[in-house]
Write a protein that binds this ligand. Structure first.
Ligand SMILES: C[S@@+](CC[C@H](N)C(=O)[O-])C[C@H]1O[C@@H](n2cnc3c(N)ncnc32)[C@H](O)[C@@H]1O
Ligand SMILES: [Zn+2]
Length: 271
C-alpha cells in the first residue's frame, strides 16, 4: 500500500494548485487531470516539456543499476547515512529521493530511519515504472528535479545520490527543520577504471545554497574487488558508458582487480 494521503505532497505542474484524488486521478482546482498508471505511479511532467527533457536512464541502465546495487557493494553508503540521520534524533515524516533510479536507497534508508511516508521521483519513465512495481509501500512520480511538482516545505528529508537538481527547488520543498543529503562521486571515484580506459574523470562543480548550511561532510572510501561482469555493470552506471567507443571495446572484457569507490556525502540544513 502507498502512504495514506500520498497525493497531498504534490501540486499541479500547470497552475500550482492543490490536487484531490478522484477515482485514481490527481485533479486540481482548474481540472487539470493526471491519472495514476496501472503500476501505481503518476506522471507530473507537463506534456509540453516531455519532448524537450532528457529522458533520464534507459531500461538497460535501470536493470544494470538494480543488479549492481543488489550485490551490496554500496551498502556502506546506506549504513553511513542511516547512522548519521539516526544520530541526529529527528523524526522523519516525509522522505523524498529525487533522481531515485531504482529506489534502492529510498527503500533501504527509509527502513533504517523509520520515515513514515516515502516518495521517489525521477524523470525516467523506465526507472519509475520499475520502482512502482517493486516498492508498493512508497509512492513514485515522474518529476523533473529542475521543476518539482511538489508542495513548498513538505519534505523532512530529501536525498540525491548522483542525480542532478536545481538548488532552489530543494530549498523550496524542504521543510523548516528538514535535512538535505547529497552524495556525489569524488574526482578519484573508480580512478583505476578511468585509467585503464584512458579517460579523465571530471571535477564536479561546487553546489551552493542561499538558505541551507552544510552541517556534515565526509568522504567515504572503500576498496572493491570486482569481477568483469561487475565492472561492466559499473560502467553502465557511470558517465564512462557514454565515453567508451563500444564498437571498439568489449566492456565485459575489461579487468581491474582493485578498484576504489570514493564518495562525498554532504548534509545540509536550513540556515
Ligand atoms: C546516476 S543515476 C542515480 C540513480 C540513483 N540515485 C542511484 O544512485 O542509484 C541518475 C538518475 O537521475 C535521473 N535524472 C536525470 N536527470 C533528471 C532530472 N532532470 N530530473 C529528475 N531525475 C533526473 C536519471 O534518470 C537517473 O535515474
Ligand atoms: Zn492545474
Amino acid at each position: 500500500m502507498p502512504p495514506t494521503d500520498f497525493w497531498k505532497a504534490y501540486k499541479c505542474p500547470h497552475c500550482d494548485s492543490d490536487f484531490e484524488l478522484i477515482n485514481s486521478s490527481f485533479i486540481c482546482r482548474k481540472k487539470h487531470c493526471f491519472d495514476i498508471s496501472k503500476e501505481g505511479y503518476v506522471n507530473l511532467v507537463p506534456v509540453n516539456e516531455k519532448n524537450s527533457l532528457h529522458p533520464g536512464d534507459s531500461k538497460e541502465m535501470v536493470l544494470a543499476r538494480n543488479e549492481l546495487l543488489s550485490t551490496g557493494i554500496y551498502d556502506f553508503l546506506v549504513e553511513w547515512i542511516v547512522e548519521y540521520l539516526n544520530g541526529c534524533g529527528q523524526r522523519i515524516e516525509n522522505f523524498l529521493e529525487i533522481g531515485c533510479g531504482t529506489a534502492f536507497y529510498l527503500d533501504a534508508i527509509s527502513r533504517g530511519v523509520g520515515s513514515v511516508m516515502n516518495y521517489g521521483s525521477d524523470v525516467s519513465k523506465e526507472a519509475i515504472r520499475f520502482c512502482a512495481k517493486k516498492y508498493k509501500q512508497s509512492f513514485f512520480s515522474i518529476n523533473n528535479s529542475f521543476g518539482l511538482s511538489m508542495k513548498d516545505g513538505f519534505f523532512d528529508l530529501i536525498l540525491s545520490i548522483f542525480s542532478p537538481f536545481d538548488q532552489k527547488e530543494i530549498e523550496r520543498v524542504l521543510s523548516k527543520d528538514g535535512m538535505f543529503v547529497m552524495v556525489r562521486a569524488h574526482k578519484d571515484h573508480l580512478r583505476e577504471l578511468y585509467e585503464i580506459i584512458g579517460l579523465k574523470s571530471k571535477d564536479k562543480t561546487d553546489v551552493t545554497f542561499d538558505h541551507l548550511v552544510l552541517v556534515k561532510e565526509e568522504i567515504l572510501t572503500i576498496a572493491l574487488h570486482p569481477d568483469s561482469h561487475l565492472i561492466s555493470l559499473l560502467i553502465q552506471m557511470t558517465p564512462l558508458f557514454w565515453s567508451i567507443d563500444r564498437k571498439q571495446t568489449d566492456i565485459e572484457s575489461i579487468h581491474c582487480n582493485e578498484l576504489t569507490a570514493k564518495l562525498k556525502v554532504s548534509c545540509y540544513r536550513r540556515k
